[in-house]
Design a protein around this ligand. Structure first.
Ligand SMILES: [Zn+2]
Length: 516
């Protein structure tokens, strides 16, 4: 039994399928690069038949990263056209895998597929064999495995391996399993599938009961050697098993699990931040490993203990996961060199042009606030590095508001190669007035679904970070921005979301209901 666990990341497929988390190809490439640097073993890059956009993303990732280490994987239902599409998207990758899935539980057989057991087995076998024509590495998933009769599950898995599947994934698609039950399912397969030694058993657990990570770890204890997971636990409904939690549980409790991964844990926080920025899904403060409070010790007795000896209350060192709290680091007199060092420590690699822009922003920020914290620097970098070629950019903003007056906003925008455009609007408050003015200028009307302001660091001069979520043409778009002026941050965030809506590169994905 190997002690090495294969980390199969599905942030770009399962994670991307969660509402409002759609990413365009450029964004997917950024995440793929972070996954390569993190050292994951398999990147599930998408579901090529779902839409032309998905196909393009898988193809582009396969071309750019298909010889850089991780295997690039494409998902397909057990249908000829799905498998061929996945095969063609992965054509240019050296390291590749096709992942085929078919539901096996009685409820799915009866209501969704309307197929009997024999038909399911036949379809699975045919599909694995068809995929095998494109590459050697084939993963088979009996969807809703955790609710499938064990005898039948063994039969399907055995036939799929015989047909050439090299990984068999046992998804708890609906998040219904419990750790001991899931342990039992994996153990049962190990004992009762005659050819199980020819394939790697994989876990894929959803978090509907908050058990995704616990179930995945139970699966590993039972003999699974691949974990499917996502950064920040992104995924359908309550999400998937969080990569960072699985990896750090295995590492911190090596004494118990005796398993290792190939993950460079120092990159975990940076990868988590990148996914949060791109998807607009904020990581909760008390999230394990990557949350803002994950390493905060507030209680006096804990702080005292920590000062004497860190390990009294600390089971992991923040630096091991690349964690950066609200440490006071830089100010007006910190030079270019110190600033560059800090950016590298925070896990970013900026080209010279972007670095200069971020440094200018830093100097400007130092004029507004005395102390610049890590969180401020992260916001500055993200503001610049996620700068898509936006159609509109904010030129000037003026608002007036107060008790007994009508809140008003006047805005000027730069539009690609056009003269500056200007308009004004009123609203219920200054933020509402700003949003109305932006909609007047861009001609895009949207419904505001979520609006959040939070402080990035401490003190009255802290930058405010604004997150907006809008709905336009039945699509959800996110925007995030930070500034010491929350009205300006609101304008920038809303404009980012409107720019995404204008680009609307996200084609409809009619297959979103299909999922394992
Ligand atoms: Zn899933």
């Amino acid at each position: 039994m190997s002690d090495r666990v294969i980390i199969f990341d599905t942030t770009l497929r399962d994670g991307e399928q969660s509402p409002g988390c759609s990413m365009n190809t450029a964004e997917k490439l950024e995440v793929a690069l972070a996954l390569v640097e993190l050292g994951v073993d398999v990147i599930e890059a998408g579901f090529p038949i779902a839409s032309p956009g998905d196909f393009e993303a898988v193809q582009t990732i396969a071309r750019q990263f298909g010889d850089r280490g991780p295997k690039i994987c494409g998902l397909a239902r057990c249908r000829e056209e799905d498998i061929d599409r996945a095969g063609s998207a992965l054509q240019d990758a050296q390291n590749k895998r096709i992942h085929v899935f078919l539901a096996t539980s009685s409820i799915h057989r009866q209501y969704k597929l309307k197929m009997d057991k024999a038909e399911i087995v036949q379809k699975a076998v045919e599909s694995v064999a068809r995929a095998k024509a494109f590459c050697d590495d084939i993963e088979f998933s009996p969807e809703d495995a955790a609710r499938t009769e064990l005898d039948f599950l063994c039969e399907v898995v055995e036939k799929a391996i015989a047909a050439g599947a090299t990984t068999v994934n046992i998804p708890d698609t609906v998040g219904y399993a419990t750790p001991s039950q899931y342990f039992h399912v994996i153990s049962h397969l190990k004992k009762n599938v005659s050819n199980i030694a020819r394939a790697v058993i994989s876990t894929h657990c959803h978090d509907d009961l908050g058990l995704a990570v616990a179930n995945s770890l139970a699966g590993l204890e039972a003999g699974a050697r691949q974990v499917e997971c996502t950064l920040n636990g992104l995924g359908e409904r309550a999400g998937n098993a969080a990569l960072e939690e699985i990896v750090m549980a295995l590492r911190t409790r090596q004494d118990h699990y005796n398993l290792t991964t190939g993950i460079n844990t120092k990159k975990l926080c940076a990868a988590s931040r990148l996914v949060s920025t791109i998807t607009g899904m904020i990581v909760q403060r008390n999230k394990a490993i990557v949350g803002q409070n994950a390493f905060a010790h507030e209680a006096g007795i804990h702080q005292h203990g920590m000062l004497q000896e860190r390990t009294t209350y600390e089971i992991m060192r923040p630096e091991d996961v690349g964690f950066t709290g609200s440490n006071l680091v830089l100010g007006k007199h910190s030079g270019r060199h110190a600033f560059r060092d800090r950016i590298v420590q925070l896990g970013y690699q900026l080209d010279e042009r972007t670095f200069e822009k971020v440094f200018d922003d830093f100097i400007a920020l130092c004029d507004k606030k005395k102390n610049v914290y890590d969180a401020d620097i992260v916001a500055l970098v993200e503001n610049r590095s996620t700068e898509a070629p936006d159609r509109w950019k904010l030129a000037t903003l003026h608002t007036s508001a107060g008790t007994g007056s009508i809140p008003t906003a006047t805005i000027q925008l730069h539009e690609d190669g056009q003269p500056i455009v200007c308009d004004a609007a009123i609203g219920d408050g200054p933020v509402d007035a700003v949003f109305n003015a932006l909609e007047r200028i861009t001609g895009i009307s949207a419904r505001l679904q979520n609006y959040q302001v939070r402080s990035l660091s401490v003190g009255k001069e802290a930058q405010g970070e604004v997150l907006v979520e809008i709905v336009h043409n039945n699509h959800v778009f996110h925007g995030k921005a930070a500034s010491t002026d929350i009205i300006e941050a609101s304008a920038q965030a809303y404009l980012k979301a409107l720019n995404k809506a204008a680009a609307n590169r996200h084609t409809q994905k009619p297959l979103h209901a299909q999922h394992e």
